[in-house]
Design a protein around this ligand. Structure first.
Ligand code: ZN
Length: 112
């Protein structure tokens, strides 16, 4: 067993068991480690990963909290395969695909 084998975590990554729009228009995630996350609508919309919100070449965010209406709400959530969900927002934006990996990153950001 090499050093890398020892460092590599043997537990599989945490995955959502349920992803749904919450009453405030944000998103509620249940995780397979028993935790739950509640992402507020404006906060989550400002983290949209699509090419219209993040420049594909520079990786720089072009649409963030300052560009988004404070009262934005998620209106529809559509599964994408087994790894992501596409969110449709009240401002008409529906290009953002939130992968489970991204949701886990956001959970970590929120937990600090
Ligand atoms: Zn976007």
């Amino acid at each position: 067993m090499g050093l890398l084998d020892k460092l590599k975590p043997h537990t599989p990554p945490v995955r959502p068991t349920d992803v749904a729009i919450s009453p405030d228009g944000g998103v509620h995630v249940r995780w397979d480690d028993g935790k739950e996350s509640r992402f507020g609508p404006h906060w989550l919309r400002a983290r949209c990963p699509c090419a219209g919100c993040v420049d594909e070449w520079s990786g720089k965010r072009t649409v963030g909290e300052a560009q988004i209406k404070p009262d934005v709400r998620a209106q529809n959530l559509e599964p994408v395969g087994r790894y992501a969900a596409r969110l449709q927002w009240s401002d008409g934006h529906d290009a953002g695909i939130y992968s489970w990996d991204l949701l886990l990153e956001l959970r970590r950001e929120q937990e600090g």
